[in-house]
Design a protein around this ligand. Structure first.
Ligand code: RP5
Length: 162
């Protein structure tokens, strides 16, 4: 059963949003990846958000660039948690996307992540953590991921000064 929705405003967002998909896949999470544009396919956005709960989605990761209203509009139409990822934009490097996602007025929350790849990957990891509340094996995997990451850093060395 599909647990996580991964949506983005355009296929041009995939380069960034694939980093969320990679994390979900690494943890064996079933997800669906779709292009849903807030301003170009608003009816599809409504339909997607309205059916999210009955379709069993536990969270929706939504990435968009520019005036990035996709995560906020999804959140307006469902109480399934929405994780927003600001995708870097051409002229303002995603600062516009970040501000339009993070500055939600009181009442409709969107959990907002960093601009770009790190934000997409962390949104994926956050979705895993949400699911791990109900799935102990996932919690074990997540702890192992942290352990491996720690050991990678502990094994880091720096060059000698000449
Ligand atoms: C937004 O506009 C998308 O999320 C994308 O980041 C940006 C550009 O879209 P394209 O012109 O590449 O389709 O809707």
């Amino acid at each position: 059963m599909i647990q996580i929705g991964l949506v983005m405003g355009s296929n041009s967002d995939w380069e960034v949003m694939q980093h969320a998909a990679r994390q979900l896949k690494a943890f064996g999470i079933q997800f669906e990846a779709r292009v849903v544009s807030a301003h170009r396919t608003p009816d599809l956005l409504y339909e997607y958000a309205e059916s999210a709960e009955t379709r069993g989605l536990k969270a929706i990761i939504a990435g968009a660039g520019g005036a990035a209203h996709l995560p906020g509009m999804l959140a307006a139409k469902t109480t399934v948690p929405v994780l927003g990822v600001p995708v870097p934009s051409k002229y303002l490097r995603g600062e516009d996307s970040l501000l339009s996602i993070v500055q939600m007025p009181k009442g409709i929350p969107v959990a907002t992540f960093a601009i770009g790849e790190a934000g997409a990957a962390n949104a994926g990891l956050f979705a895993v953590a949400l699911l791990a509340n109900e799935i102990p094996e996932l919690r074990t995997k997540l702890n192992q991921f942290r352990e491996d990451q720690k050991n990678t850093v502990l094994a880091m060395s720096l060059p000698e000064v000449e």
